[in-house]
Design a protein around this ligand. Structure first.
Ligand SMILES: [Ca+2]
Ligand SMILES: [Ca+2]
Length: 372
């Protein structure tokens, strides 16, 4: 850069010293990563999704004709009448997909992953939690049996085997596969710090409590189809202990998340799925059919408690080059000296020294992020 530009920059910095004061925050912040192997989640899930749809004989062409289950709706109020040679009619059904499960006993073990920043100000007994982002079921999908409850159906018959199923009463419960929770994210709005209290304990150890707002988003599937569940914003309180050791810290923390969003009323068509009517069912037992369901509304409730262990390095403030722990005008001069002398430490945004480094430095200096 030409020397005139250099003079201008330093003159600007000198002017700043007249109009801007120190932006000292005296917060030490750490970038934590959840230790998956020692962190855990207990959960309680519930899914309730009324549906309409149909069932149809499996009619498996790979089986001998004498074993191909086909369906036929009642021709009259009393009977099916004769089956056509290849007749296979869809039969209207309705009810509700219901699934629930928990691991309150700790089994199966469910382990989260995640990251967050925690800043502490021991002088003021305050702390800041920022950018909390966790997947509570990172150790693998959790699943539980799904049932078709209050199952009603048009009167129908089957061939191979031959059976008649006049509609007489709803079937209370019919197992239909499994609901799988493949992800459960709890996320704080980015760059939106939540403030809490800090209490000193043993040397270099503090307990903390931070009320925080999290957006909880489950990803849930049933037989390969996704059950629509809206993200829900829920209040939570994160409590724990932070222990500092030089430029790193460890943390143990916990929080409980209770998400009961209103029903999602977006109709959801699930992929066709096989269903074997169990031998104990009054509904033509032991036959194989294909179900095609459209969920008319979907209610997903989640209660979970996360026990977090984590560790991480102290966040290095990019706009405190003199390392005083606060951002002052002296940092601007120090930074510009480094930049003009080609000091690689002035490359605060990667990619080598560029003019954009100066702008990013000034952005940081005027709006110091957590850790500055
Ligand atoms: Ca400084
Ligand atoms: Ca750069």
């Amino acid at each position: 850069m030409r020397s005139s530009a250099r003079v201008m920059l330093f003159a600007s910095a000198a002017m700043l010293s007249c109009v801007a004061g120190s932006t000292a925050l005296a917060i030490d912040a750490f970038n934590f990563t959840v230790t998956q192997s020692t962190s855990s989640v207990t959960y309680n899930f519930g899914v309730n999704a009324p549906f309409t749809g149909s069932l149809l004989g499996e009619n498996d062409p790979l089986k001998p004709a004498t074993e191909q289950t086909r369906t036929k709706r009642f021709a009259t109020f009393f009977s099916c009448g004769a089956f056509g040679a290849a007749q296979n009619d869809p039969v209207n059904i309705s009810g509700a997909v219901v699934a629930a499960g928990n691991n309150s006993s700790g089994t199966p073990a469910v382990r989260p992953t995640g990251t967050f920043k925690l800043g502490i100000n021991p002088a003021a007994n305050t702390c800041v939690l920022q950018d909390f982002d966790a997947n509570l079921v990172a150790s693998g999908a959790i699943g539980f049996v799904a049932s078709l409850n209050s199952f009603t159906y048009q009167s129908f018959c089957t061939v191979n085997p031959s059976c008649s199923a006049p509609f007489l009463f709803a079937i209370p419960s019919l197992e239909v596969g499994s609901v799988s929770v493949t992800a459960l994210r709890a996320v704080q709005a980015p760059a939106t710090p939540a403030s809490g209290t800090l209490t000193p304990g043993a040397p270099n150890t503090w307990t903390f409590t931070v009320p925080v707002t999290l957006t909880v988003t489950p990803t849930i599937t049933l037989n390969g189809g996704t059950i629509a569940s809206d993200p829900q914003v829920v209040p939570a309180i994160v409590t724990g202990t932070i222990t500092r050791s030089g430029n790193t810290a460890t943390i143990t923390a916990s929080t409980s998340i209770d998400a009961s969003p209103p029903a999602n009323t977006t109709p959801t068509a699930l992929p066709a799925a096989p269903l074997t009517i169990p031998p104990t069912s009054p509904l033509c037992p032991g036959i194989n059919v294909i179900t095609t369901l459209t969920l008319t509304s979907q209610t997903v409730t989640t209660t979970s408690t996360i026990a977090i262990n984590g560790s991480g390095p102290q966040i290095v403030c990019p706009c405190d080059p003199d390392g005083s722990g606060t951002t002052t005008v002296a940092d601007i001069f120090e930074y510009l000296n480094r930049w003009f002398s080609g000091d690689p430490r002035a490359d605060i945004n990667g990619g080598g020294l560029q003019v954009s480094d100066i702008f990013d430095f000034l952005n940081c200096w005027f709006s110091p992020p957590l850790g500055c």
